[in-house]
Design a protein around this ligand. Sequence first.
Ligand SMILES: C[S@@+](CC[C@H](N)C(=O)[O-])C[C@H]1O[C@@H](n2cnc3c(N)ncnc32)[C@H](O)[C@@H]1O
Length: 302
Amino acid sequence: MFEDPLACRILGADTERSIRGEREAYDTPGRKRLRAFLAARSRYAEDALDLAFARGVRQYVVLGAGFDTYAYRKGASPLRVFEVDHPATQAHKRELLAAASIPIPPSLTFAPIDFEAETLLEALCAAGFDARAPAFFSWLGVTPYLTTAAVMETLGVVARRPAGSEIVFDFAPSADTLTAPQRLARAALAARVASVGEPWVSFFDPCEFPRDLTAMGFGSAEVVGSEAIDRRYFRDRADGLRLGGSGYLMHALSSGLAPAYSHEGGGPDGHPNDVEPDGGPSPIGRGVDGDAGGADDVHDLE
Ligand SMILES: C[S@@+](CC[C@H](N)C(=O)[O-])C[C@H]1O[C@@H](n2cnc3c(N)ncnc32)[C@H](O)[C@@H]1O
């Protein structure tokens, strides 16, 4: 589903041993759903990136990169990668990369930013980003931690990129779109992340959010719910790994780029791992006019 041969090397032998030593603790239903979502969102983003590359996009911006390893897995590549992240996270990552003897490829540039205080375009241009060329952006596991103003400011920068640009990101749905049990799960999760000093502060209505994005200048915006992700990536698994109602992705394309290129079926060139859709015009996502707010389709990752 998603292979990351560098993950254990970055985390180090002690952390790997500790995780492997408590396998059962990681196999609770909530943790399995979370693991499925983390793998699926990266897989989805990289599938879409492959298609963007095939169309000629040569800039990949990893917003809030954290320990993302795309650039290191690919090594020398004609795709320029910009890791945009808080300087403290970048410094920590660079220490771990050095300790694991993982080289920084020439295709990669670090672009430090505080999304709450700085403008994305300035940070990118200072790092050598070509603002006149299209770019693919991913923004995984970050928006819930930022203020809505910072999220919308950054998305506005992406919306104004040249035709051919796009972004894949995940978001947490607003509480009023959750069922009562989901609200309880959300409250427990909110308390847990807040207790480690990283509260979730931004939530979006899955019906309204795509409209907000097209209003700000994106040509199209499509919510990809958990059922669609399960159908695409987890359908034939025997181990029960699936999202099961947890998680939302958004895939937004700059104006001038037709959504018809679509991630479904792998596009014109296909992806070796693509799963064929069940049928129907858009089985994975729901566009700006669709019903994206299924009550079971929520971000209840606990
Ligand atoms: C949960 S990690 C996600 C990492 C990675 N994208 C992934 O998919 O696993 C959240 C990331 O958001 C970044 N982040 C959170 N708040 C930020 C801010 N105000 N400015 C810049 N980066 C921020 C953190 O540094 C961290 O890398």
